[in-house]
Design a protein around this ligand. Structure first.
Ligand code: BT5
Length: 274
């Protein structure tokens, strides 16, 4: 039987028991699984403001109003994606916070590599597969809460979308990249565990932890060595060769008029042009 463009193999719901068992075994993680949510970042923000402890993972089986950066949207057909947010309450100095989005991208990439995919991270934190197509997006937001500032770490991973379900041309999914994609529950467990472990090592390591993260991130970052165009808010742009990530997590670009550094919060788009 061939499947028409509107028919897709059945997709089961996330396995709440497996998620609860996996997160229950990892110290510092707790699970809130919702059948449907507008945006897990929104729900996790509410929970953080209401006093949720570090490590709460809010998972939506189906996220219906997912958010990207800068008011962009994140679209995931029902049953095809891992969409979750983690509440963190970092104790690192404020100067180290810019590394957090990079850390998340780095560890989601590592989780996909461990699952057998040729994943790499595009600065600051888009996770790419074949032909530079985006398989995962990350939205890190700082929120003020009565217990101090919290970081809401939002991650969306395209797992089982077929080619005709991809929301934009630049996207891909694990299933499109290779047959036999793991189920969404497994992808979610691997990603959350990798983020939590990477975060704990980073926090425990102090300045040395950030230096180690920077070294590891640089060696896996697909942007370094590429010719790039960086679109800036307000319509400006920079073009040149991306040569480094500086100690503050900024991208260093050698342009024809000198060296420029851009922070993750200051860019609209980064595109490889070579
Ligand atoms: C991101 O934004 O890449 C961050 C996406 C974060 C999504 C997670 S899901 C769980 C949590 N809860 C939320 O509400 N959000 C987080 P940005 O770099 O702005 O990319 C957004 C752009 O990617 C869109 O404008 C589209 O062009 C494209 N896009 C939308 N959906 C996509 C998808 N599923 N896969 C790949 N690209 C997508």
């Amino acid at each position: 039987m061939t499947l028409g463009s509107n028919q897709h193999p059945a997709r089961g719901p996330l396995d709440g028991e497996r998620l609860a068992a996996a997160f229950g075994q990892t110290p510092g993680l707790a699970l809130e699984l919702l059948p449907e949510a507008p945006s897990t970042n929104e729900v996790a923000t509410e929970r953080a403001r209401a006093g949720a402890a570090e490590g709460l993972v809010v998972v939506a089986d189906h996220q219906v109003a997912g958010r990207g950066r800068l008011d962009r949207t994140w679209e995931t057909p029902a049953g095809t994606a891992a969409t979750f947010s983690v509440v963190l309450r970092p104790s690192v100095p404020a100067a180290s916070w810019p590394w957090l989005p990079l850390l998340v991208g780095h560890n989601v990439t590592k989780a996909l590599v461990a699952l057998g995919y040729d994943a790499r991270v595009k600065w600051p934190n888009d996770v790419l597969l074949d032909d530079d197509r985006k398989v995962a997006g990350i939205l890190v937001e700082r929120v003020e809460t009565p217990d101090g500032p919290a970081a809401i770490i939002g991650v969306g991973i395209n797992v089982s979308m077929t080619a005709d379900e991809l929301p934009v041309e630049t996207a891909t999914s694990l299933a499109v990249a290779a047959p036999g994609a793991p189920d969404r529950t497994q992808v979610l467990i691997e990603a959350v565990t990798a983020i939590r472990e990477g975060y704990d090592v980073w926090q425990a390591g102090g300045d040395l932890g950030t230096q180690r993260l920077a070294t590891s991130y640089r060696s896996h970052c697909a942007t370094l060595g590429r010719e790039v165009r960086v679109d800036l808010p307000g319509g400006g742009e920079l073009t040149g060769r991306a040569t480094d990530i500086d100690p503050d997590g900024r991208l260093v670009v050698e342009t024809s008029s000198g060296t420029e550094r851009v922070g993750a919060g200051d860019v609209v788009h980064v595109r490889a042009t070579d």
